[in-house]
Design a binder for this molecule. Sequence first.
Ligand SMILES: NC(=O)c1ccc[n+]([C@@H]2O[C@H](COP(=O)([O-])OP(=O)(O)OC[C@H]3O[C@@H](n4cnc5c(N)ncnc54)[C@H](OP(=O)(O)O)[C@@H]3O)[C@@H](O)[C@H]2O)c1
Length: 177
Amino acid sequence: MGTLAIQLAKHFGAEVTTTASARGDTLVRRLGADHVIDYTREDFAGALHDFDAVLDLVGGATLEESFRILRPGGRLVSIAGVPEPLTATKDLDAPAWVTAAFWVMSLGIRRRARKAKISYRYLFMRPSGDGLRFLASLVDAGKLQPVVDSSYPFDRIAEAFAALEQGHAKGKIVVTF
Ligand SMILES: NC(=O)c1ccc[n+]([C@@H]2O[C@H](COP(=O)([O-])OP(=O)(O)OC[C@H]3O[C@@H](n4cnc5c(N)ncnc54)[C@H](OP(=O)(O)O)[C@@H]3O)[C@@H](O)[C@H]2O)c1
């Protein structure tokens, strides 16, 4: 997700700071990252402050720490953290009990966001032809580069998933048919 998020943020004119390990440093800089923090060596929350927006792709402690680097009025969007009510109504078109469950689950993080004057959203991917057409047009124009980590034939799909679960892929892991 990071390999696409960095390029899209740059496309829309943002100045981009990202965390990455030394293994990913060259790649994220090639994709356009302006500043890189090695998360294995440095606490990003101690080094950064007054950001307008954070896109959290990691969750857990990284999501918690992200609050510290945002300015009041900033936006925190996570795809790996805690879902909140809008996830159910906007992203999933889910029944009322799911909205209620997400409301309860996200009580703590929403309270924290309110206190810090930060808007928190969990984003759940939903299929969108328009969205994919837009991304494809950027790819065709050479403005968005899909990064492929590795490719597996269908009969080795278990190996593909095992590699994905290691959590160290540099881009997409592709299964070919
Ligand atoms: N909400 C949704 O709709 C949605 C959709 C897709 C994915 N997700 C979630 O989003 C997360 C990311 O997905 P993904 O496909 O990008 O996973 P991934 O391909 O497994 O991401 C692995 C990459 O993340 C790097 N990484 C790990 N911890 C990091 C940190 N603290 N800071 C910076 N980089 C770090 C690893 O770098 P090193 O190996 O070099 O450390 C590796 O290059 C997952 O939790 C996934 O479940 C959610």
